[in-house]
Every structure is written in structure tokens, then in C-alpha cells.
Write a protein that binds this ligand. Structure first.
Ligand SMILES: Nc1ncnc2c1ncn2[C@@H]1O[C@H](COP(=O)(O)OP(=O)(O)O)[C@@H](O)[C@H]1O
Ligand SMILES: [Mg+2]
Length: 277
């Protein structure tokens, strides 16, 4: 893979990136897994948290969902030191897997006090001594307690938006939630951007969605478009990322571009932060 011309020092320390959208089927897991591998191929050490009880991110990187290894459920509810993550077959990617038991974790969270209910993940991350440069959270399709825990624990948010009818619907609610978090539990939370997924540039619908998104959200919309391609939908059933499944196809190229764009945005943040000081 081509190098990114973004030096290691210019990236904020250990960004914790939430991949969020309360709608299902918009490309969150596909983005989490392939962005993770994009970073890993740049030599960046990535810790991926699968926080969706469907466990799709887990199986998409070839890890068994029903393993005896520590899951994100156990990490979330660990009373003492959190257990270690599971290495994947991919160099530089470790994961906390998920399966249906995570629904139980959400219930247990709901029985905690108001403050702890949303800060369990953040609290355990603080206790956790790790060397990963990036933490990525694959979120479930809701704005429930698991997602709130992710948002309280994150430094950045990446929002996949599917190029479909009513793509913008629900986004304002999500952006309001981010504002509320910034006013309360997590002042450092930043929107990295929205990434348009499943784009088919031959259709009017995709063109309209791109125009509407850019009109309404301006620079919050990433330049990178993730095309709709059958390869991206096939690779999870082989337990492979797109870089492993079809290294030189349009899907891998798009996720490589996304990786590069996000790294650039993170680097810009550091530059702007320095000039403000
Ligand atoms: N760019 C794409 N092209 C084709 N299919 C895609 C693309 N992105 C995701 N998919 C497929 O669409 C479905 C939903 O994607 P997924 O990433 O699981 O969404 P979410 O995690 O938001 O529910 C999956 O079957 C996935 O393989
Ligand atoms: Mg998913």
C-alpha cells in the first residue's frame, strides 16, 4: 500500500473512533472492519471493539463469535482489570468479539446507577493499559445504552450514510445527540465526518443524496465515496476484509482512500490545535 505522507507524530494520541448510525444496514460494520484493516496495513496497531450483538464485525475478520476468549461484554462489565483482546489473523488488528450475549450486557448496564450506565466502557478503557494506536467501535443500530457507552468513551465519530431515499432522515437526531454529549458527558467528542456508502454513481438517487448531504452538512461529508460493489458484500461471508478478499478492486481502493482521508483529517486537527495555542 502506498504510504500516506502523514507522519506518526501528527495524529492525535490514541484516537477512539465510534462508527455510528442508529439505522441498520448502512455500512457501519463494513466500514469498521475495512477501515481497521486500512489502518493496520499502514502499520498502525488497531483495537476493534465489536459492540453489536449481531457480532458481524467479529465474523468479518474471521474470528469465531462464540469463543471462550474475552468478549466486549466482559470488557464492558469487568469489575477489576479488563481482560485482554483476541488477536485476529491480520497483523496489527486485535478484537473484542461480540455475540448475542451482549444483549444481556445492555440489560445489566441498565441496572447500574445513572452515571455508570453510560460510562462503563470509558471507565474500563481508562483502566486498560494497551499499546494500540487506534481504537474503533462498531456500534449497534440504535441509540441505546451500548451506543451511548461508545459515544461517552470516544474521541471521534465517523457516520456511514447509505446512498438511499431519505438518507438524511435520522441524521439530525444523531447530530443532536452528539451536541448533547459535548455539553455533558464527553466534551472532547468530535465529528470526523459522514461517509457515503453503497454509492452507485450511475443512478440519479445517488447523485441526489450526494448533493443533499453536501448542501446540508458541507465539509462534514467526506470526499471519499464508498461504491456499491458485490465484493464488499461477499467478503464477510469468507471471514475476510476487502483487502484480503480482493486487494486491488474498487472496494479496497475506496477504503484505502477513506483511511487516507481520515488520517489527514486527524492530522489537520493537530495542526489547527497547535496554531490555536
Ligand atoms: N459498499 C457496499 N457495497 C455493497 N454491499 C455493501 C456495501 N457496504 C455494505 N454492504 C452490505 O450491506 C449490508 C449492510 O452493511 P453493514 O456494514 O453490515 O451495515 P450495518 O453495520 O450498518 O448494519 C451487508 O450485507 C453488507 O455486506
Ligand atoms: Mg453492523
Amino acid at each position: 500500500m502506498r504510504s500516506l505522507n502523514v507522519s506518526r507524530e501528527t495524529i492525535p494520541h490514541q484516537p477512539r473512533i465510534a462508527i455510528i448510525n442508529q439505522k441498520g444496514g448502512v455500512g457501519k460494520t463494513t466500514t469498521a472492519v475495512n477501515f481497521a484493516h486500512g489502518l493496520a496495513l499502514q502499520g498502525r496497531k488497531v483495537l476493534l471493539f465489536d459492540l453489536d450483538p449481531q457480532g458481524n464485525a467479529t465474523s468479518s475478520v474471521g474470528v469465531e463469535k462464540y469463543t471462550t476468549n474475552p468478549s466486549s461484554h466482559e470488557f464492558l462489565l469487568a469489575k477489576d482489570d479488563p481482560p485482554p483482546p483476541t488477536p485476529t489473523a491480520y497483523e496489527n488488528i486485535d478484537i473484542y468479539p461480540a455475540n448475542i450475549s451482549l444483549i444481556g450486557a445492555e440489560l445489566e448496564l441498565s441496572r447500574l446507577g445513572e452515571e455508570q450506565m453510560t460510562s462503563a466502557l470509558r471507565k474500563n478503557l481508562k483502566k486498560f493499559n494497551h499499546t494500540h494506536e487506534f481504537i474503533l467501535f462498531d456500534a449497534p443500530p440504535s441509540l441505546g445504552l451500548l451506543t451511548l457507552n461508545i459515544l461517552v468513551a470516544s474521541s471521534h465519530v465517523l457516520v456511514p450514510v447509505q446512498c438511499e431515499y431519505l438518507a438524511l432522515e435520522g441524521l439530525s437526531m444523531l447530530l443532536e445527540t452528539l451536541d448533547q454529549l459535548r455539553d455533558g458527558h464527553n466534551q472532547e467528542l468530535k465529528l470526523l465526518g459522514c461517509v457515503l456508502t453503497m454509492a452507485d454513481l450511475r443512478t440519479n438517487l445517488t447523485q441526489e443524496v450526494i448533493r443533499d448531504m453536501r448542501q446540508n452538512l458541507g465539509p462534514s461529508v467526506l470526499e471519499t465515496l464508498i461504491p456499491r460493489t458485490i465484493r464488499l458484500s461477499e467478503s464477510p461471508s469468507h471471514g475476510k476484509t476487502i483487502f484480503d478478499y480482493e486487494r486491488w478492486g474498487v472496494g479496497a481502493r475506496a477504503y484505502e482512500a477513506l483511511t487516507r482521508e481520515v488520517l489527514r483529517r486527524l492530522a489537520d486537527e493537530v495542526v489547527k490545535g497547535n496554531t490555536r495555542r
